[in-house]
Ligand binder design. Structure first.
Ligand code: ADP
Ligand code: MG
Length: 644
């Protein structure tokens, strides 16, 4: 028997797993084996003077006491993983198996502690790596969706949640089909089948990269996808095939590309129109100017006089058209100033009522406060007129046109193109709404194109909205429309809001009309590349009593200036075109003003690349639009010569 006891004693003390027995009430060690001494670092004698508290975290002790105080175990306890301490303070993760025993009549517990520190460390590293990967997948802008061989979703990242409008919880386990439009499901099924059999990916089977997705709410959107396939070893050691789709919602990108294309088209047509209008304006100036000369020679009440007057009127109508073209092409010379949009609308009301006729009601609500914008008031009138005329044309049976202004925040607009004014982030909105025929999608897409019209010949020019577009853009604003067939149309114009008060209307737009006589004689340097216009202006000025020196471009103009400098008095005023080959008007004036800063200058043009800057217009500088009339030319020249 003593031999048997020694044998058991040996089984305990030489067991390679650390083991001990402790008192369940005091937690004192009652026996420890060699492996425990070796692993934990305390000697047997030290152990026997210690309690369980010394190898556990202080925080774990109360729970320990409570657990051990309970009635004895009925069968062995698998206690899970505990954190222990060794004598030198190192942490030790152990998996516990225990059972209760009687030890010299005391309630005690036998514990086997298997060291799993390494295993736990590996598991923790694995968890961290998994979290890292999940974080990366979740941070992707593209949707990442993986499905298993049964086509059930197993990975659904955050981007997928927001693109498809489905929570990951809900998507995991669902069939991939759910994210495709119905009509693609059959084809998809075939891919799945091939994939299941051969592992070939959809892309390697010639599936196009661009497909269509379907959101939870049923809407479809264009996606660009790459599809790949991976084989990983699952928990049970078997190979698991995953099929991963990485896709991007390209609906906004397509939209932006389309907007860019549209803008480029408008730009190209604008250049063309601007170029044609430029040459056309020169011809018109010659036509109407010469008609004026003929008129001056003709006796009243003759047939010839009536005929020439007819020529004059036709030329005037044509110049109205070129003005529209120039406005559209954004080459028109603007006279922008701070204006109250409400004043423009109110000022136009009577005229608008007259043109829309009796069957159509006009309701205005000017609620913008303040309604200050920086624009050419004449052009704002043109915008309003064009929009109201379109609204009227859309309601042949009558109806109501609503014109409203409002103050809004730029961030509240459905467009981003509004340049900030001086009132930070503020915009003034002009809305023209009708309850007429509306437009279908095709018409909406092309409505702003120049020469696009759905109206019968002679009725529409197709320049109305194009002009509006040009004017609004040039004024730093944006224009857009909402329309539905049979549901009316609303056109909205947003302009940057300005903080300053408007200038006195007379300040900027007064157009002195020429009372003849009392003209101070002087020398005019006339610079113009178009011979017809040059001859015309020369005659107009000479008739009025000026001495005229002519030049065909800026370089020649400078040569004349130098020649004239030698004479008594020199050049009194420069009348010059702006755009010319071989040094334009601006360069000439810049050069001359280095010598004589106060020389008066009248720019004459219908076409200015990028518009004339305010600095070009200050002091003794004025601008005359082509085509011009004799009266206007002379009045401008006289005024400039008088201006201090
Ligand atoms: P036009 O009026 O000379 O046809 P616009 O550029 O002003 O040229 O308009 C272009 C086209 O846009 C019109 O022919 C019409 O089809 C459509 N449109 C413009 N405004 C409206 C509106 N308020 N209601 C319905 N259709 C409109
Ligand atoms: Mg129109």
């Amino acid at each position: 028997m003593p031999d048997r006891a020694r044998q058991y004693e040996q089984v305990f003390s030489r067991n390679p797993t650390p083991m001990w027995v402790f008192d369940r009430e005091t937690l004192a060690f009652l026996a420890v084996n060699d492996a425990a001494v070796a692993r934990y670092g305390w000697s047997r004698a030290e152990f026997l003077g210690m309690t369980l508290r010394e190898i556990r975290d202080a925080a774990a002790v109360p729970a320990l006491l409570a657990a051990h105080g309970r009635p004895r175990l009925e069968g062995p306890l698998r206690g899970g993983v505990h954190r222990h301490r060794t004598k030198d303070g190192a942490a030790l993760d152990v998996e516990i198996v225990a059972d209760d025993v009687d030890w010299d009549g005391r309630p005690a517990r036998l514990v086997l502690a298997t060291d799993v520190t390494e295993r736990e460390r590996t598991a923790a590293a694995l968890r961290a790596s998994e979290a890292r990967l999940a974080g990366i997948v979740d941070s992707a802008m593209d949707a990442v969706i993986s499905v298993d061989a049964a086509q059930r979703v197993v990975v659904f990242n955050r981007a997928a949640e927001s693109i498809f409008g489905v929570a990951a919880d809900e998507a995991i386990g669902a069939p991939l089909e759910r994210f495709l439009p119905e009509r693609y499901r059959a084809a998809h099924g075939r891919h799945v089948e091939t994939f299941g059999r051969t592992g070939a990916t959809a892309r390697s089977m010639g599936h196009p990269g661009a497909v269509t997705g379907r959101r939870a709410d049923g809407t479809e959107f264009p996606v660009e996808a790459t599809i790949s396939h991976t084989a990983v070893r699952g928990a049970d050691g078997r190979e698991e095939r995953l099929y991963t789709v990485i896709l991007r919602d390209v609906s906004t990108r397509d939209l932006l590309a389309e907007q860019l294309r549209q803008a480029q088209k408008m730009e190209a047509v604008g250049r063309l129109a601007g170029g044609v209008a430029h040459d056309f304006n020169n011809l018109l100036t010659a036509i109407s100017g010469n008609a004026d000369f003929v008129l001056a020679e003709l006796a009243p009440d003759t047939q010839a006089r009536a005929d020439v007057e007819e020529i004059r009127r036709a030329a005037e109508r044509a110049s109205g058209l070129t003005r529209q073209l120039l406005a559209f092409s954004r080459k028109q010379v603007l006279r922008p100033r701070v204006v109250e949009l409400n004043d423009v609308v109110e000022g136009m009301e009577r005229l608008l009522r007259r043109v829309i006729g009796e069957d159509v009601r006009l309701v205005t609500r000017c609620e913008a406060a303040p309604s200050r914008v920086f624009a050419d008031p004449g052009q704002l009138e043109q915008v309003l007129m064009n929009l109201v005329l379109n609204a009227r044309d859309a309601m042949p049976e009558g109806g109501t046109i609503r014109v409203a202004t409002a103050s809004v925040d730029v961030s509240a607009l459905p467009v981003t193109a509004v340049r900030p004014g001086t009132a930070a982030d503020g915009a003034v909105l002009l809305v023209v709404a009708d309850d007429g025929a509306g437009m279908d999608a095709d018409t909406q897409a092309r409505a702003f194109e120049p020469f696009f019209t759905t109206k019968p010949e002679g009725k529409g020019t197709g320049l109305g909205l194009a002009t509006v577009h040009g004017i609004v853009e040039q004024s730093g604003g944006a224009v857009w429309l909402d329309s539905a067939v049979g549901g009316g149309t609303t056109v909205s114009v947003a302009l940057p809001a300005y903080a300053e008060a408007p200038v006195d209307a007379d300040g900027a737009s007064a157009r002195p009309r020429g009372a003849r006589g009392a003209v101070p004689l002087g020398t005019v340097l006339l610079v113009e590349d178009e011979p017809a216009v040059r001859t015309l202006a020369e005659r107009m000025l000479e008739k009025a009593g000026y001495r005229v020196v002519t030049a065909a471009n800026g370089r020649e103009g400078l040569a004349r200036w130098v020649e004239e400098r030698g004479r008594l008095g020199g050049v009194d005023i420069i009348v010059s075109d702006v755009v010319m080959p071989d040094a334009g008007g601006r360069q000439l004036v810049q050069r001359v003003r280095e010598e004589r800063p106060d020389v008066p200058v009248l720019f004459v043009s219908g076409y200015v690349e990028g518009g004339l800057a305010a600095s070009d217009m200050g002091g003794r500088t004025a601008f005359l639009e082509k085509p011009f009339r004799q009266d206007d030319l002379l009045a401008r020249v006289r005024e400039l010569l008088r201006r201090p």
